[in-house]
Design a protein around this ligand. Structure first.
Ligand code: FAD
Length: 471
């Protein structure tokens, strides 16, 4: 007797282990059709940017290999693509893991009810969050806007995250004669090969996510709390692109890190600090769910009157290209361009320079990150930019304006990070590395600073005080 056929719709869960939708399908005796749909139509403004498209191409290639080349690839409106595939194959069920961007929630709800009305079994699962947003709220039922009580009081005291699911021992594929398409039909790879340095930096796919995690556990977890701010060291996990694309789940990271810490006597402060960073990701998702306008509108409305300077200027282009003349900022922006990733401390510094010293709207920074980051994540990117701008939930206070010189001296004390990404400064004396304009002999091929840090700080403070008075 042939098995019933179910479509497993892969989205931001590009893995086989700990994939609740896949697990459910196999447990319930279905033969599967794995499907990926590139639905730029519904994503509209939030279609994946260039770096993430590059990553997605590599990741789908790896997953399809693991699925013995059974993946079906489609491009277009997801509801239409699913309906077509059901017609072509006689599938009786569709299962997927939930996504949380506002346009995805809206689309998926419509798909769910449309399929159910047509007698197709449909079920969604939690594959990507430790605590889904609707399960965490304050006593009065309203959502949290401050991280610490959200994470410490609500998440940690709620039920523990579910345990990860094992990799299925066997996958049964459905026989069908539908056109399976090809990965290349998605046209994810750019025409110009700007991604070459990125390919050297990353290994993409589910197996590589675990290799990278193991490397971090062995070399970065002990000491993480203190050293996570050091861009000159290799001691953060770099799990973010694997999480964004779902080659690993936060559940797998959470439990593996905790059991490694217990077995290797890693100090509690380090493992707790690492887990609380995963908690920040949960917080961003909760904000996105409860305040879906966080992607574009200031969470604090008083910022709507903030006097941003002109939007598209040469200065913005200099920031994007890492030519601001401020070493730690240029190193970060060039790291982003070359690798599709930037260290968290440096993300905060470059963002602060843009929105505070340069008074450019946070939208411009968020857009550039969206296009350039392999981990571009609508929840984390929106919440983090608003955090730096001061307009978000639990935001950095307006008077917190990072000084990129002291930040550089503190977190890149020997200048290894700056020298790596800004070779013009490779031979600069340590004393002036983070402020070459003070040297009597600055390199001729490196620009003068884009702003005077002291004056621009005062200008920003005055602008922020102005809107504060509007309260
Ligand atoms: P680790 O330090 O190893 O942390 C482990 C995981 O915890 C990360 O992979 C990530 O999922 C989560 N995490 C860590 N820090 C944060 C944080 N501050 N907020 C939310 N989650 C966090 N992160 C993204 O994943 N996508 C983005 O688009 C993004 N945009 C950002 C924009 C700005 C302006 C800033 C300041 C931060 C942004 N972040 C973003 C958050 C953070 O910088 C990255 O998650 C982190 O640098 C990823 O490196 P890692 O995996 O080595 O982090």
């Amino acid at each position: 007797m042939s098995l019933k056929t179910a479509i497993v719709w892969f989205r931001q869960d590009l893995r086989i282990a700990d994939n609740p939708a896949l697990h459910h399908t196999l447990e319930n005796g279905y033969a599967i059709i794995p499907l990926f749909i590139l639905d730029d139509e519904n994503a509209a403004q939030w279609r994946r940017g260039g770096a993430r498209r590059w990553w997605l191409h590599q990741s789908l290639g790896a997953l399809n290999g693991d699925l013995r080349e059974h993946m079906v690839f489609r491009v277009g409106d997801a509801a239409e693509m699913l309906a077509n595939l059901i017609d072509e194959t006689g599938a009786v069920a569709v299962f997927w893991n939930r996504c949380y961007e506002p346009w995805q929630i809206k689309r998926d709800e419509a798909i769910k009810s449309g399929l159910s009305d047509n007698g197709i079994a449909v079920k969604s699962f939690n594959g990507s969050l430790l605590w889904e947003p609707w399960n965490i709220s304050k006593g009065d039922g309203t959502p949290y806007r401050v991280f610490t009580p959200f994470y410490k009081r609500a998440c940690l005291e709620a039920s523990p995250p579910r345990e990860p699911l094992e990799r299925p021992a066997r996958i049964t594929y459905a026989d069908h004669s539908a056109n399976i398409g090809a990965l290349d039909d998605l046209k994810l790879m750019p025409d110009v090969s700007w991604y070459e340095s990125m390919s050297e930096f990353w290994e993409v796919g589910e197996d590589d996510a675990h290799k990278r995690l193991n490397h971090f556990l062995q070399h970065g977890l002990a000491g993480y709390k203190g050293d996570r701010n050091r861009p000159d060291m290799d001691n953060v996990s770099r799990m973010s692109p694997y999480l964004t694309n779902g080659e690993i789940s936060p559940h797998q990271i959470w439990y593996k890190a905790r059991s490694y810490a217990a077995a290797h006597k890693v100090p509690n402060s380090d493992i707790d600090s690492f887990c609380s960073e995963l908690g920040w990701r949960e917080f961003s998702y909760a904000l996105l769910y409860h305040f879906p306008h966080v992607t574009w509108d200031n969470l604090q409305e008083k910022f709507n009157d903030f006097p941003w300077k002109s939007q598209d200027s040469d200065d913005l282009e200099r920031w994007r290209r890492g030519q601001t003349g401020i070493p730690i900022v240029d190193a970060g922006m060039r790291q982003l361009w070359q690798t599709g990733w930037m260290h968290n401390r440096v993300r905060m510094i470059v963002a602060s320079l843009l929105v505070k010293n340069m008074l450019v709207h946070w939208h411009r920074g968020a857009e550039w990150f969206w296009d350039c980051l392999v981990d571009a994540d609508l929840a984390n990117n929106s919440a983090s930019w608003q955090w730096v701008a001061g307009s978000g939930a639990d935001a950095a206070p307006y008077f917190r304006i990072f000084n990129p010189v002291t930040q550089g001296e503190k977190f890149d004390p020997k200048g290894h990070y700056v020298r790596k990404y800004v070779p013009e400064l490779a031979h600069m004396d340590d004393k002036y590395l983070h402020k070459p304009w003070e040297s009597t002999n600055p390199p001729a091929n490196y620009p003068a600073p884009i702003v005077d840090l002291k004056n621009s700080r005062e200008e920003a403070l005055a602008a922020f005080k102005g809107i504060k008075n509007l309260e």
